[in-house]
Ligand binder design. Structure first.
Ligand SMILES: *Cc1c(COP(=O)(O)O)cnc(C)c1O
Length: 217
């Protein structure tokens, strides 16, 4: 089995103590690996590509909570709207409006996180603080009754410099605290290489792939 069972058990024990949720990131990995982790009890999985997610969802148990963690194009929301559990990467009000529209068509309310750009790299997606404020204003106006914005998501720089990464997580946490409420409770930050630091900085949900499934080719 390609899944690292011992590592999984250590991680869920560690996260349970800190009341942090685990999203197992299974992009590019075969359905057999997802099933293996499912059989150990994992129910929340994260995928980055729409077509891959749709294909896997059809083949795997119906009670899996599928998280979409990649960059989502507006014209593809319709494919995941019938079943997606949480969309992490909302990076524009336009995308949020499209999710609302597709959720309504499916008679659902879809949970979302707004993605904030905290890294130094230009390649990473996300809103700046001004765009975030605009999106939160739109949400507060109740114009989007079929989406629930549950919190924020961010990705730190891919850097060996711990101080840089910690600072970026701290910035995201500070923004999160500005909007925190009874319904705005999820802070998705931290991956295989930096999740412990992310938790120290206030993460409530980590997205871990390679530590569980091995490196992606
Ligand atoms: C791939 C990916 C992850 C998981 O990365 P690992 O380093 O394998 O843990 C987490 N979040 C996002 C947005 C990703 O694209």
């Amino acid at each position: 089995m390609a899944v690292n069972e011992a590592q999984y058990k250590l991680i869920i024990e560690e996260l349970a103590k800190k009341q942090v949720q685990l999203v197992a990131v299974s992009k590019i990995k075969p359905v057999e690996d997802i099933q293996a982790l499912y059989d150990l009890g994992q129910r929340d999985f994260g995928e980055n590509y729409v077509q891959e997610l749709v294909d896997k969802q059809a083949q795997l148990p119906a009670d899996i909570h599928w998280h979409f963690i990649g960059h989502l194009q507006s014209n593809k929301v319709k494919y995941i709207a019938p079943f997606v559990h949480l969309i992490h990467g909302i990076d524009s009000t336009k995308l949020l409006q499209e999710v609302n529209k597709q959720a309504l068509k499916n008679n659902r309310t879809i949970d979302c996180l707004l993605q904030v750009h905290i890294a130094q790299e230009e390649t990473k997606f996300g809103m700046d603080a001004t765009e975030l404020a605009e999106a939160m204003k739109l949400v507060a106006s109740n114009a989007l009754p079929n989406v629930r914005v549950k919190g924020l998501m961010g990705m730190a720089s891919f850097s060996d410099d711990a101080a840089t990464v910690r600072n970026e997580f701290g910035q995201l946490k500070a923004l999160f605290d500005q909007y925190a409420s009874n319904t705005f409770t999820t802070l998705s930050m931290g991956m295989s290489g930096d999740y412990q630091m992310a938790i120290e900085e206030g993460s409530t949900m980590v997205r871990i792939g390679s530590l569980l499934f091995g490196a992606r080719g």
